[in-house]
Design a protein around this ligand. Sequence first.
Ligand code: M6R
Length: 606
Amino acid sequence: MCGIVGCIGNKQAQNYLIGGLHRLEYRGYDSAGIVTIGSDQKATLLRAKGKVSELEKLADKNKSISTIGIGHTRWATHGEPSKTNAHPHKAGDIYLVHNGIIENYKELKSELKKHKFITQTDSEVLAALIDSLYDANTTLADAVNQALKLVVGTYGIAVVSVREPDQIIVARSGSPLIIGIDDDETYIASDASALIGYTNRAIYLNDGEMAICRKNGVELRDLASQPISAQVETIEVDMQAIQKQGYNHFLLKEICEQPTTLRSTLSGRINTKDKSVLLSGLNLSSAELRKIEHVTIIGCGTAYYAGLLGSYYLEQLVDGLTIDVVAASELRYRTFHLPKNTIALVISQSGETADTLACLREIKRRGVKTLGIINAVGSTIAREVDGGVYVHAGPEISVASTKAFTSQVAAITMFGIQVAQAKGTGMQIMSKYIDELAKLPDEIEKIVSKYKDKVAKVAKRYAQYEHALYFGRDTLFPIAMEGALKLKEISYIQAEGYAAGELKHGPIALVDDAFFEVALLIDNWLFDKSLSTLEEVNARGGHIFAITNSKKEIQAEEVIRINTKLDILAPILINVVQQLFAYYMAVARGNDVDQPRNLAKSVTVE
Ligand code: M6R
């Protein structure tokens, strides 16, 4: 979704602004813009519809040596994607970039008679509001402060004024903002990836805080204008992590690097010798772990499916535990009840997903302990949960989530083992889980190297279809839904994931020559039942691509048989094959793999 950058110092601002916006491209956007202010107090405003490269061409023709500026990538909410609606928005002497949604913008707009509105955005209303309060006796910081008191909604903003070209004002409520600190240079970004290579020292703004950023200092305040002391943190991501490193797409890189990222998730946390797990960030004593009777898991999209798969593992690991897994976008408006001794697991790659964050806050308000399973270090959810596990999968740039899923499932499983340890239940199954977790990175490595080319070939066979049906039983049901999600978001093929046993209750009516089916099978006690479903689909003229760990005969157009020693965690390997399949399907269809249409990496609005 929308991205913000800004800088003030001695260096040419344009370079950081354009470079920073390129770094934020992965978040998804449809237009981009920058404004810089020269020493003559004149502003240069450049905006373009489409890619940052279009904006960059404009910047090349309008080189500016000014050392202060702000920039934005916009993901349209109010008003179509267009150059006019692109940020920064101008009102009088000020320019503003905004992430989030101003909910009372219509009301505010009707009061702002003096401003001639030229866009359909809620953000221009905020710019006009600040301008209306910015008279000769008011500082920019005070005008922003007064305006924010009148606003209902969410925002991360950066504002500059030609009258005060020595500062950028930033503020946050519900939309992340980070201030990067270097000697004589202050940077602003809505996402740490824009700061990498510029500085590794950063202040994460909290909701309700604003800051006056100058080239050699940052002054933090709350909305009551009370000073706040800044906590400078270290960003620990290196340049390598945000580069393609020879891969054609970030997605392929992220699928292939799963052995390494998963090793980071497991590192120092599982002990295969004494068969134990230690997650040190849970902030729960053994007594508190023993008391857990119910787990509520929330997340969106892939994080939700990771939670769903994790729930199958949790209930095997912890005797008597009850679990519910709910999509955060649903839970937030439901009248839900949390039984006593509940722990909530909040799953999010970005740690910024608006629906998930809203649920977290509601659950906390009810006094229930929350644990985060989060990838992005320092993200809002990670900062607000009571404890949790960083999955340490590194920056996930491609919009389609892959490596985060694998690490999230591993983290939930480790959590289950730790609860089981505390309760002293399921010792035998626990040790099997620990052994399989330890082997999982090597197994993924084998799968990727051995089956990549074969999957690419299979994808060519199915790339012309417009409809797909994924099905699997038990732990393969969440995997089927995740496989379908991955396929639809990057190949734009209509794809549905079903529990294999549900096919007869409706979806089997879809089987015809316009569809192909992805059948997921594991050689376990349910294998014969899965085979029956396969036969039923075949009998109706299905076009089946089967992915299995079985050596037994399977009737399908294409079969990929993974060779693995794993048993309970084999679904994760099957998912890796599906990830590769979705990738090669998208490539075969000539799609923008890393930034699929209409999608954003981090969904920070409802
Ligand atoms: O950052 P989060 O894990 O909270 O994101 C949740 C979903 O938006 C995300 O998983 C989305 O479904 C992905 N595009 C799936 O590939």
